[in-house]
Write a protein that binds this ligand. Structure first.
Ligand code: HC0
Length: 573
């Protein structure tokens, strides 16, 4: 162990510990901008974390400078404070002065660091940025405003190491260095999977979701339109954070109440369609197993993963389930089943989704997503956008009463709600597949081996006549690659695989609250598992009375003709 003295306090640390980490052990907060613990990203690039080490001529970046035995460090001398202020001023002098109307206003790390560093003026002139050339709005999901980029390279690391997509990369040299796709291509023309994980780690407003709030306000004010809304499973476990509640708050009832007050004509639920997905996907799996179809079958509900497969593993596309995602199934059902039940012309129905996901904005615009004869889903708002709408409307979210979903597309089971956490779709599918094959329930409905934040999870289950069924779950595309490469090599003996694009699943999607850490992921997941086992009356998708009714009165049977037309799709090589 090493003994380090920081600001006159001693601390023992392992060799290899940085000054920043040692200071943290003592409760001393050194401001940083480029460092990001969960990505193990410590480039020492921004220099905000400078400290003074006795015996060193220059100040050192504490996020990369290793502690040494008997090292004496000062984090709060005049020299340190002045240097830090200068660094922040220089960053601000190369940054637009748009704080009041920046998307990250109030939740910007540069703003916070400027406050902590005591910056009250910027002694350098602000440049005049050519807006048109520097903001890339080509993607339906992610906007990149390179005027605001502070070159922390967190987005580069997440794109490269967590998603293995490698679209964002540093280009040019020295003071010209900037982050961009290769050849400065617009995002739309790259292999970007639209996951938005770059947004989640961006400390400033250089990356953000394409904002569709005004389009939805317009639809809500149009008296000729019947506007229905669906919310992804994860939104009920994350929206509270946007509105002042702690991580892990389950806000289903308040979310419904808020959506009614915003003016939606019907408040339905993606969870209804998640149950529907299990019936369709479970039936498809059993058919493939019994008829020698393509195995392993892989889930198809996470649109970033679909795009990843299309770009990087097109040879494996026939492993994908043909099921549309619950968001898209919902849209198709809203403009057919609901339209028919309610006697409303589908051309007058507007379907709005609230999703924790930026890739859902891209998914709803895919040309094949029009099975109802209309665009199945018209607008997708992220959880963050809904949070902003609720604030704009002056709704006192925290004190709203709990309200209930509307029929016929609002009822759901615990199986549906856990879709929002990694492993949830697999667990939900296993519950129903087991029941269909054996006629009884799983001995324990909690399939714990597929839960949690391990990158790749596996389970094996005895399922009646099917014998031993092996399954695997991965979240983030770096983890998915491990499984995909085994399939390619012919080494896969799993029957069914779940992939979710974002680390932790949708509870940490690119449209969710910032910040998101592993601790927060655990709390949000726990909220969904609590909804499953303590709140919902039914915990298996096939038990959902509204789903049974939809099959009896409209769809016929799972994987039947109408289902195939409305609820299934194909992919692009
Ligand atoms: Fe998900 Fe979904 S669970 S992708 O992660 O399957 O976004 O929450 O809405 O569609 O249901 C996201 C979350 C969804 C879909 C569902 C699936």
């Amino acid at each position: 162990m090493l003994n380090v003295i920081i600001d006159n306090q001693s601390v023992q640390v392992e060799p290899g510990t940085t000054i920043l980490q040692a200071a943290k052990k003592l409760g001393i907060k050194i401001p940083t901008l480029c460092a990001y613990q969960e990505l193990n990203h410590f480039p020492g690039a921004c220099r905000v974390c400078v400290t003074e080490v006795e015996g060193q001529r220059s100040l050192v970046a504490s996020c990369v400078f290793p502690a040494a035995n008997n090292m004496v460090v000062h984090t709060n001398t005049e020299r340190v404070r002045m240097a830090r202020r200068m660094v922040v001023e220089l960053l601000l002098s190369n940054h637009p002065t748009e704080c009041n109307h920046c998307i990250r206003n109030g939740n910007c790390e540069l703003q916070k660091v400027a406050e902590v560093a005591g910056v009250r003026e910027v002694r350098f002139p602000y440049p005049d940025f050519p807006k048109e050339d520097m903001i890339d709005t080509s993607s339906p999901s992610v906007v990149r405003d390179s005027r605001k980029c502070i070159n922390c390279h967190r987005c580069v690391t997440v794109c490269e190491q967590v998603q293995t997509v490698n679209v964002l990369t540093p280009s040019w040299r020295g003071s010209d260095v900037k982050v961009s796709p290769a050849f400065d291509l617009p995002l739309l023309e790259t292999n970007c999977i639209a996951c938005g994980q770059c947004i989640m780690v961006c400390p400033v407003g250089a990356l953000y979701e394409k904002d569709d709030v005004d389009k939805v306000w317009k639809a809500l004010e149009d008296p000729t339109k019947h506007v229905v809304v669906q919310e992804a499973p994860a939104v009920r476990a994350t929206l509270g954070e946007e509105l002042g509640l702690p991580p892990g708050s389950l806000v289903t009832g308040k979310m419904i109440a808020a959506l009614r007050r915003l003016g939606f004509d019907k408040v339905f639920d993606t969870n209804f369609a998640a149950d529907l997905t299990i019936l369709e996907e479970g039936t498809e799996l059993l058919t493939r197993v019994k008829t020698g179809g393509k195995l392993p079958m892989i889930t198809s509900c996470s649109p970033g993963w679909i795009k990843f497969c299309e770009h990087f593993y097109p040879d494996l596309l026939d492993h994908l389930s043909t099921c549309k995602s619950p968001q898209q199934m919902f849209g198709a059902m809203a403009k057919t089943y609901y339209a028919k039940t309610a006697g409303i012309d589908p051309k007058d129905i507007v379907v709005v989704s609230i999703m924790p996901c930026t890739a859902k904005k891209f998914e709803c615009q895919r040309p094949e997503m029009c099975a109802s004869g209309f665009r199945d889903v018209d607008y997708v708002l992220t959880t963050r956008e809904l949070g902003r709408m609720i604030k704009e409307a002056g709704i006192d979210f925290v004190n709203l009463p709990d309200e209930s979903f509307d029929a016929p597309m609002g009822e759901y089971t615990g199986a549906a709600t856990i879709f929002g956490a990694t492993g949830g779709v697999m667990e939900a599918a296993l519950r129903t597949v087991y029941a269909v094959v054996t006629g009884g329930n799983l001995p324990d409905l909690n399939v714990t081996p597929v839960r949690g934040l391990d990158g790749v999870k596996e389970a094996a289950l005895e399922v009646g006549d099917l014998g031993n069924v092996k399954v695997a779950v991965a979240h983030s595309m770096a983890n998915a690659r491990k499984i995909l490469d085994k399939i390619r090599a012919g080494e896969a003996d799993w029957a069914f695989i779940e992939f979710m694009t974002c680390p932790g699943g949708c509870i940490a999607g690119g449209g969710g609250p910032i910040p998101t850490t592993n601790e927060i992921r655990e709390l949000r997941s726990l909220a969904l598992y609590t909804d499953d086992c303590q709140v919902q009356e039914f915990r298996q998708s096939h038990e959902n009375p509204s789903i049974k009714k939809a099959y009896e009165t409209f769809l016929g049977e799972p994987n039947g003709e109408i289902s195939h037309h409305l609820l299934h799709t194909h992919y692009t090589k």
